[in-house]
Design a protein around this ligand. Structure first.
Ligand code: SAM
Ligand code: SF4
Ligand code: F3S
Length: 439
């Protein structure tokens, strides 16, 4: 029997790559195990962005090491942590059989197969240049949402971030290959939402095609495209042309994730973010001015070396000024190999946690107020599932990824569009009623 178990950590990029690997495995005769404890091959697709992510993975490695004593299997580690630690990972946990870094992805389905059948460890010495070899394949799962990588790597070297080291320099994917994947996804008529992925999609460039150019070409090629989103945008590269492109194409979801990271110019400079607080505020204002219905979300990273009370206050002030619809908040942890690793980690853990709690409380308040202001609006919702609490209700999401529950049962399910009016807010969930059934 060839049964595999795949666990994925980290960002959407890792999730997209895991989906593609799963397809490869299914194609070559593997079947998914019902439980990790029944698998012949266990694959962990890993993340290194924060210590907490790596600690979870160390915990899982410890578990599989123990499991091997009673249930022999091949243990493979791939992704960013595998790339970061390489053979050190094997030294720390000899039970690991296969280590596949982010640059050997094209080949790893084959290598995993070999490793599983031969039950021996492989070291990969031949980095492969074709990085999208398996991401081209679309999932045959019944998903109505899909993630399509359009770039790989990052050139920005924010001083706290490990990503450029574990993912390498930016490479933009050939638009033909992107469109081929999208055509495959749309063929069955099931996919209703596509997210274009990259660490900084705004710097996409293939020959003379930039990101707005890619989007225009996409809509030309697929005039009946479903909802299109993109992740992530770097503020320094978010161009007026992209705003114009979003205005021109209503299929582009009115949701922009625009990580600010911090509100103090001193810290932004130390982080090597390459924009100022003023430039960010101007960009946010411009986006909101031209796309009034857009939902703006962000990432905020506090506790960076040298952050003073005043710097922290600047961040709170910026949040109050922009009034983000949502924010993912983190506190800094040093990552070996990054520029900030050599800076003294001046903000103690206790203060980092306190500041994080203050941020979270403020954002919760802002998100709630902004959501309340939306009551009475008519919005389109993509149906996701029958509500677990009440089988006469449907759970869906708006263009801005907000949860909406409304009465109804539907045949075009999951993945049908409904037009609803937002009536009530309970916690983070809108309650609504349908006002138009879309064909
Ligand atoms: N490319 C995206 C951008 O430019 O914002 C984000 C990529 S990163 C995978 C996601 C988030 O993790 C970042 O926005 C940052 O807030 C956070 N992050 C990165 N390095 C970190 C570190 N050393 N400690 C804590 N959080 C970190
Ligand atoms: Fe990391 Fe900065 Fe690149 Fe985002 S833009 S992946 S935060 S280096
Ligand atoms: Fe983590 Fe790698 Fe993504 S470090 S956040 S899985 S690019």
């Amino acid at each position: 029997m060839n049964r595999f178990w795949l666990e994925t950590y980290g960002c959407q990029m890792n999730k997209a790559e895991s989906n593609a690997l799963e397809e490869e495995m299914l194609d070559s005769g593997w079947i998914p195990a019902d439980a990790a404890e029944e698998a012949d091959l266990v694959i962990l697709n890993t993340c290194s962005v924060r210590l907490s992510a790596e600690n979870r993975i160390w915990g899982r490695l410890g578990y599989f090491k123990k499991l091997k004593e009673t249930h022999p299997h091949t243990l493979a580690v791939m992704g960013c942590m595998a790339e970061r630690l390489k053979e050190d990972l094997k030294k720390a946990v000899p039970a690991v059989d296969v280590i596949v870094g982010t640059f050997q992805k094209a080949d790893f389905a084959r290598l995993l197969r070999q490793a599983a059948s031969a039950r021996h460890a492989l070291t990969l010495e031949d980095p492969c240049k074709e990085i999208y070899a398996f991401a081209r394949r679309h999932s045959r799962k019944n998903d109505f949402r899909a993630f399509v990588p359009i770039m790989h790597g990052c050139d920005n070297f924010c001083s706290y971030c490990i990503v450029p080291y574990v993912r390498g320099r930016e490479v933009s994917r050939d638009p033909h290959s992107i469109f081929e994947e999208i055509a495959g996804l749309l063929q069955a008529g099931r996919v209703k939402e596509i997210t274009l992925l990259g660490q900084n999609v705004n710097s996409y460039r293939f020959q003379d095609m930039d990101f707005p150019g890619l989007l225009d070409a996409l809509f030309q090629r697929f005039p009946r495209a479903p909802w299109i989103r993109f992740l992530t945008s770097h503020p320094k590269d978010f161009s007026p042309a992209l705003i114009a492109c979003m205005k021109n194409h209503r299929e582009m979801c009115r949701a922009i994730h625009l990580p600010v990271q911090h509100g103090s110019d001193t810290i932004l400079r130390a982080m090597n973010r390459q924009y100022t607080r003023g430039a960010y505020l101007a960009l946010a204002e411009r986006i909101r001015g031209e796309l009034p219905d857009v939902l703006l979300s962000t990432d905020i990273l506090i506790g960076f070396p040298g952050e003073t009370e005043k710097d922290f206050q600047d961040t709170l002030d910026l949040m109050n000024e922009v009034r983000f619809d949502d924010a993912f908040t983190y506190y800094y942890n040093p990552r070996e190999g990054t520029a900030a690793w050599n800076m003294q980690d001046t903000v103690c853990e206790k203060l980092k946690l306190e500041r994080l709690q203050t941020l979270i409380a403020l954002q919760r308040e802002i998100s709630r107020t902004r959501k309340r202001q939306r009551l009475g609006q008519t919005v389109r919702v993509l149906a996701e599932e029958i509500s677990k609490k009440n089988s006469a209700e449907i759970l869906g999401r708006t263009e801005g990824d907000e949860m909406v529950v409304f009465p109804g049962s539907t045949k075009k399910f999951p993945g049908g569009f409904h037009t609803v009016r937002l009536d009530e807010l309970r916690g983070n969930t809108f309650y609504a009623h349908e006002i138009e059934v879309e064909k």
